[in-house]
Design a protein around this ligand. Structure first.
Ligand SMILES: [Zn+2]
Length: 298
């Protein structure tokens, strides 16, 4: 059975059509198809049946969120930007939750930089992470408690003020179950913060199948702002805010230029990244990545 013969996570419909073909440009070079739900238009990578072992697609040393390498100019830029983003995320969590400190769970935390930063600001911060190597790094170098991903489903109810998923939800095969367990572990007035690539962004349209944030097959789900909102509603959440994540346009555009094998990918990527960033100033919904803030419907 293919995942695409099971239900659409947003509307529950069972029929899909081919939207376009792309590749795993990042790692294996394998061909993949992105399908669209016939009823609601939700995009998803085809051929990934539930339970399929995708770990082979995560083995690249370049997968920086996991292996923390500093090789190459793109990764160096990434590490610089990360420090700015950590401060920005902390401010944002405090602002949307209305709390100076509290309890926070970061799902898919990678090497644990974000919970470590939150902990340094007085938050009770933990994470979950699938990769054993990344978990080890987080506990040894960051002094952060990081559970394996299965532990998420046995955490106590109503125990977190904030749950975050920074570019993680697009990777999760059992996406509806994740929304349900998040609803369980959040306090009644808790906040769910999700960052996702935006398929309606300026850079997604500009790069088409070369857009680096398709990132197949690691990205299973490809969200537009409309589909994120609808999925949240289906799972008992209300979208309370949407915010821009403007730096992603640069990184994604540089990677997309590399996938196109263009000459001077960094210069061109910076140029088009800037155009995308500019477009998003006028229309938030054209931003490369967006941050969604959800609250439970009581
Ligand atoms: Zn659908």
């Amino acid at each position: 059975m293919e995942m695409n013969s099971s239900a659409c996570p947003v509307c529950g419909y069972h029929q899909f059509k081919v939207a376009f073909a792309t590749k795993d440009y990042f790692f294996t070079g394998k061909d993949f198809t992105v399908n669209a739900c016939i009823k609601c238009g939700m995009l998803m990578t085809a051929g990934l049946h539930p339970g399929k072992d995708l770990s082979v697609y995560y083995k690249s040393e370049q997968y920086i969120s996991h292996s923390d390498t500093r090789k190459g100019i793109v990764n160096r830029i990434y590490h610089l930007v990360r420090n700015i983003m950590l401060r920005r995320k902390h401010r944002m969590v405090c602002s949307v939750s209305g709390l100076k400190t509290g309890s926070i769970l970061d799902i898919g935390t990678g090497t644990g930089y974000f919970p470590a930063f939150m902990k340094s600001k007085g938050w009770q911060a933990t994470g979950t992470e699938k990769s054993e190597e990344a978990r080890k790094y987080a506990s040894e170098k960051q002094d952060i408690l990081v559970y394996d991903e299965e532990k998420l489903f046995s955490l106590p109810a109503a125990s977190y003020d904030v749950v975050t998923l920074w570019h993680v939800m697009e990777h999760l095969p059992n996406i509806n179950q994740h929304w349900q367990v998040i609803s369980k572990i959040l306090k009644p007035d808790g906040v769910l913060i999700i960052a996702l690539p935006n398929v309606k962004s300026w850079d997604a349209r500009h790069y088409g199948p070369y857009w680096a944030a398709w990132d197949v097959p690691r990205h299973i789900w490809h969200f537009s702002p409309k589909h994120v909102k609808e999925l949240g509603k289906k799972e008992g959440f209300r979208l309370s805010r949407t915010m821009r994540m403007p730096f992603d346009a640069f990184y994604i555009s540089i990677m997309s230029e590399k996938y196109k094998q263009s000459s001077f990918p960094v210069l061109k990527g910076m140029f088009y990244g800037k155009l995308s960033w500019f477009a998003s100033l006028y229309n938030k919904k054209r931003c490369s990545s967006l941050i969604y803030v959800f609250r439970k419907i009581s």
